[in-house]
Design a protein around this ligand. Structure first.
Ligand code: XIL
Length: 438
């Protein structure tokens, strides 16, 4: 059946985004990219676009004047090409993470250094980086930010930067990018002016909205705001999405977070010229948020053990995808069908939702009635559980038991709930499970 085929095809963020023709991107940490194969596998399976979290910033690329170091960017580009992903470049002209040497220049010297940085970097990545945040965070309090760039070069530095970028790689899409411009406000109004100005000179292709959001605070006019930039003839893009929560995060807050992510992705899919959504990191523990916003965290789609959060399911749903259906029942010849379990029994199914070769993720659902459950199964081979969530697990040889952790114990008669999940080792399997209630 075609719907089944479609469902099976769109069981990852990537396949769902591919079928919509948009990017689902992630900010990539160079260290993890080099050292963590699960990180690489999850990213290549779930995302079709990458951005260097830090590896293409000026302090990394040109630590001293004239000495360029593209090693981090090259690693990311190679990974992207091996996995058929697009690369969104970040960033060339920013007041932060810029080396001291450039901040100590002024006037014509600083302008030349800026142009050289743009030209050399974009020439190096020409054909490999599809789009660039040329200037990042250049507005503050409704006016041009009083950065060392503005002070050193004067207010035409932005136009100079975009002209240099256009010349350096005419094939790359040139973006502006900032935070707190997701809704309509004085900051996004100033960007609207700047975007009109650059667009009228043919120097701008896209507007990036970082969307570093606070739980429950997706601006009500975010779609209208993105649409007004799209109406200038620009692509719009959510470039650094995360939704931070006061720690510790409750189940209810994680659900609210899922709604917030879903809303933002829906806004992008509602706008014809939205090129995609990039999340600013893979797992909660990878995020910049806890280091930057005191007491806040858990802003991303994955837990630290690579299990998915409710926000992941919400993004997948917003992209029109869904988790793979439970394994199809084998059809028994007439007469040999097993009788239905006597009423009063619970039952359970293990479903593999992700398999990246070196590991796999399974979700487990239980059908009630039960007021507390204990599941047991046997591994057919060398399988094991490397981590799990929302269940107490005991493994002994090849036999496993898993029981509820209280809040997920009660399931009404005939209701099915996904109750826990785990990361498996060895070949992925979906063994049959015995459920005992109570
Ligand atoms: C952050 C990175 O995530 C951190 O690892 C780094 O220490 C600081 O920068 N806006 C941006 C991003 O444009 O470059 C920032 O990234 C987050 C805010």
């Amino acid at each position: 059946m075609s719907t089944q085929f479609a469902t099976a095809q769109q069981s990852t963020l990537r396949s769902a985004a591919d079928s919509l023709g948009i990017d689902i991107g992630v900010a990539v940490d160079d260290n993890l990219l080099q050292n963590d194969s699960t990180y690489r596998n999850v990213i290549s399976e779930q995302f079709n676009s990458v951005t260097a979290e830090n590896g293409m910033k000026m302090e990394t690329v040109q630590p001293s004047q004239g000495n360029f170091d593209f090693s981090q960017g090259d690693r990311l580009v190679q990974f992207a090409q091996q996995n058929n992903m697009s690369v969104h470049g970040h960033t060339l002209v920013w007041h932060s993470q810029s080396p001291n040497w450039v901040q100590n220049l002024s006037g014509a010297e600083m302008e030349q250094a800026m142009v050289d940085h743009i030209t050399t970097t974009m020439n190096h990545f020409e054909g490999d980086v599809d789009s660039w945040d040329v200037a990042n965070e250049v507005v503050e309090n409704g006016q041009l930010r009083n950065s060392f760039w503005l002070q050193g070069i004067g207010s035409d530095y932005i136009e100079t930067a975009y002209s240099a970028a256009r010349q350096a790689d005419p094939g790359a899409d040139l973006y502006l990018n900032d935070y707190s411009i997701d809704g309509i406000n004085s900051k996004s109004d100033r960007y609207y002016q700047l975007a009109q100005d650059l667009t009228s000179q043919g120097l701008l292709d896209g507007m990036g909205f970082q969307a570093h959001l606070i739980l429950g605070q997706v601006p009500g006019d975010m779609e209208q705001n993105l649409q007004r930039f799209a109406d200038l003839g620009l692509d719009v893009r959510v470039t650094e999405l995360d939704v931070r929560i006061d720690m510790p995060a409750s189940q209810q807050e994680l659900q609210q977070q899922a709604d917030d992510f879903e809303r933002v992705v829906n806004i992008c899919t509602n706008i014809a010229d939205c090129s995609g959504v990039t999340v600013w990191g893979l797992r909660d523990g990878d995020s910049w948020v806890p280091d930057t916003f005191d007491g806040q965290g858990a802003p991303l789609l994955y837990n630290d053990d690579y299990s998915t959060k409710p926000a992941y399911d919400a993004v997948l749903a917003a992209l029109g995808g869904s988790q793979p259906p439970p394994p199809t029942e084998t059809t028994e010849p007439p007469g040999t069908t097993e009788p239905p379990p006597p009423s009063g029994d619970c039952s359970a199914v293990i479903e593999v939702v992700n398999d990246w070769g070196s590991g796999w993720q399974a979700n487990v659902s239980v059908t009630g009635p039960t007021d507390g459950w204990t599941l047991s199964w046997n591994w057919p081979g060398s399988q094991g559980i490397s981590s799990s969530w929302n269940a107490d697990i005991t493994e002994s040889g090849s036999s496993v038991t898993a029981s509820d952790v209280g809040w997920n114990g009660s399931i009404a008669s005939g209701q099915t709930q996904q109750v826990f999940g785990f990361i498996g080792s060895g070949p992925a399997v979906e063994p049959s499970v015995t459920c005992s209630a109570g």
